[in-house]
Design a protein around this ligand. Structure first.
Ligand SMILES: Cc1cc2nc3c(=O)[nH]c(=O)nc-3n(C[C@H](O)[C@H](O)[C@H](O)COP(=O)(O)OP(=O)(O)OC[C@H]3O[C@@H](n4cnc5c(N)ncnc54)[C@H](O)[C@@H]3O)c2cc1C
Length: 395
């Protein structure tokens, strides 16, 4: 039997499908960008409660805002797997929760419905400038009185000659303060429920469109989260996205990718926390030895590593299915559910291993913990994920 003390692992791994060598090249490019241009600045952006607008321009210049969109619209001609690299690596390279949220809301949740459901004319007006970083996008579904229960939204759009008149409000909207356009869920029939929801693209310079508040929050400090109000906003008919009263389909289509991207972000974040914590455990000494030489700390690292590997396996497996065009509701839901809670636990362990320094801003693991806490809430709560999973068995 091999003695425990000589167990070694080089850490080298072959590329895991669906990723291929070209994705690993992209991964290295994103990592370099995050390490060189985001990590040195993000502490200051967190304090200022905003990363600069120019970061969208720079991300566009490097092609990151259009990875999965066709070249004819200014994109890179890639697919969802390229976007997956981007979502994972932005977290793995720097645990940049706020930056990842702001850029990710633009690329991962707000622009996909425009591409998937938009007309050629909408692609030109909204998607092309979004890919170029010229117009910032946000997705507006949640309202002060309706989050998990999407069907109970109350923002109304009344049909008039030439378009719609919108009244209502949205809250917790990522990029809500500086978005140039909002892909917005509205009620277009008098009856409640799933039918009668439509999507309109609201533009921030429309009369009656107001940012009522920039919200203060536990984490993701460098991303803006807005509360919006709409008073008699006149929206032209050509801003209807997809079919009238078929908006629920658009919401459901989007959720799978959103949840998978969140799982990838959590995997990246756990990876970052683990690497940071191992380095610290090797370097910090107590009672005459590196703290990593205490079994209690070693076992904590083992737990962190296990959660990362389980999360990564589940997430990549769901990604393989989804990227291959297969049904992956259960796998995506389970990956989202597991990784978001695991990321909070792993970040908490990272803080614990860092001791008092873990509680200090400068060591950044406290930010990882605050940022990770959004995971079990955003994009569908843990409780909602369990409902979806349970119901998928006909229960
Ligand atoms: C930082 C941040 C950014 C966000 N960004 C966006 C964005 O860009 N766009 C957007 O549209 N939304 C956004 N959201 C909203 C987010 O998706 C919602 O907060 C989330 O879906 C939960 O809705 P809620 O907050 O209304 O909670 P509620 O739905 O009120 O839930 C409260 C509690 O009740 C539980 N609960 C609800 N229903 C059930 C049920 N059927 N069974 C068991 N338990 C249940 C929930 O799990 C939760 O624990 C963001 C939120 C945050 C915090």
């Amino acid at each position: 039997m091999q003695a425990v003390s000589v167990v070694k692992d080089s850490g080298q791994r072959a590329v895991i499908p669906p990723f291929e060598d070209e994705h690993e090249e992209l991964r290295a490019t994103v990592r370099r960008w995050v390490e060189n241009e985001i990590v040195p600045e993000q502490g200051e952006w967190e304090r200022r409660r905003e990363f600069p607008r120019e970061l969208f321009d720079r991300a566009a210049e490097l092609g990151f805002l259009g990875l999965k969109y066709p070249e004819r619209l200014g994109g890179q001609g890639g697919d969802g797997v390229h976007d997956a690299v981007w979502a994972e690596e932005i977290a793995a390279a720097g645990m940049c929760g706020g930056v990842g949220a702001g850029l990710g809301a633009h690329t991962g949740i707000a622009t996909p419905p425009v591409f998937n459901f938009g007309t050629d004319e909408q692609h030109e007006r909204f998607l092309r400038p979004a890919i170029a970083g010229e117009r910032i996008a946000a997705l507006g579904i949640t309202e002060p009185g309706a989050g998990s229960d999407v069907a109970s939204i109350r923002t109304t759009a009344k049909k008039v000659a030439g378009g719609w008149v919108v009244n209502g409000s949205k809250t917790f909207i990522t990029n809500g303060v500086r978005a140039d356009f909002l892909v917005c869920a509205v009620r277009t029939t008098a009856e409640g429920g799933h039918g009668g929801i439509s999507f309109l693209i609201l533009e921030s310079d429309m009369k009656g469109y107001e940012v009522s508040r920039k919200l203060e929050k536990l984490g993701w400090h460098s991303s803006d989260t807005g509360e919006l109000s709409f008073t008699d906003v006149a929206v032209p008919a050509e801003n209807l996205l997809g079919e009238e009263n078929e908006g629920f389909k658009l919401i459901m289509a989007n959720f799978q990718w959103e949840r998978l991207l969140m799982a990838l972000g959590a995997v990246g974040g756990m990876d970052w926390c683990l690497r940071r914590t191992v380095d610290y455990a090797l370097e910090r000494e107590a009672f005459g030895r590196p703290i990593g030489k205490f079994q209690a700390i070693r076992h904590k690292i083992a737990d962190m590593s296990t959660k990362l590997e389980v999360g990564r396996s589940m997430t990549y497996s769901a990604l393989r299915l989804l990227a291959g065009g297969q049904d992956a509701l259960r796998e995506v839901t389970a990956a989202k559910l597991f990784t978001q809670r695991a990321a909070v636990e792993v970040a908490d362990d990272a803080v614990q291993v860092h001791g008092g320094y873990g509680y200090m801003r400068e060591y950044e693991v406290e930010r990882a913990l605050r940022d990770a806490r959004l995971g079990p809430i955003g994009g569908g709560t843990d409780e909602v994920m369990k409902e979806i999973l349970g119901r998928s068995y006909g229960l």
